[in-house]
Design a protein around this ligand. Sequence first.
Ligand code: E4P
Length: 217
Amino acid sequence: MKFFIDTADTAEIRDMAEVGLLDGVTTNPSLIMKSGRDFIEVIKEICALVDGPVSAEVTAMDSDQMVVEGLKLAKLADNVVVKLPLTWDGLKACRRLVSDGVQTNVTLCFSANQGLLAAKAGATFISPFIGRLDDLGVDGMELIHDLRAIYDNYGFETEILAASIRSAAHVQECAIAGADVATVPPSVLKGLVKHQLTDKGLEAFMADWAKTGQSIL
Ligand code: E4P
């Protein structure tokens, strides 16, 4: 499973890229607002930091304007993926951009039928939002399982990019469910390394090592 990081904070992206853990980046208008940066400038900077796909979201509501914005974003760097909302206009724009050789990420997917439509529109990625479904008391992970089954039934190549991930358990369950990618907030990604038994075990090893009075160097 590939790891994308869900942020527009270039310091965090640089930090993750240095560990070699980063396969791509996703952004959205809320994350751009949070960064306080110019959208075009920050996308260019992220694309220079990361070799993998970088999702940049259109903000137009009609398909013609989405295509115009999408083509502009796609020209910023070779690894830009144009993010489009899961609306009728978004699907139309997706089909047109894909025909022009632009990679697309159809976002705000909350049902398997929406995901089926996005795959039929040729989306490169589909972004099902797990956490926001969980917030409604619906099991978001079921959507990942359903999309996996549907895409496998028909051989769709659209990659399942699990989004709105809130916890380490979400990441693990996505991997078990066969998501192609998980886009994860930096804090959750860093938290994956933590286990209380690792900390406890290391503490005991170091205490015993000190008792030996030895040093490796
Ligand atoms: C994905 O592309 C979205 O940017 C993101 O995962 C949304 O997550 P949230 O529901 O925590 O805002």
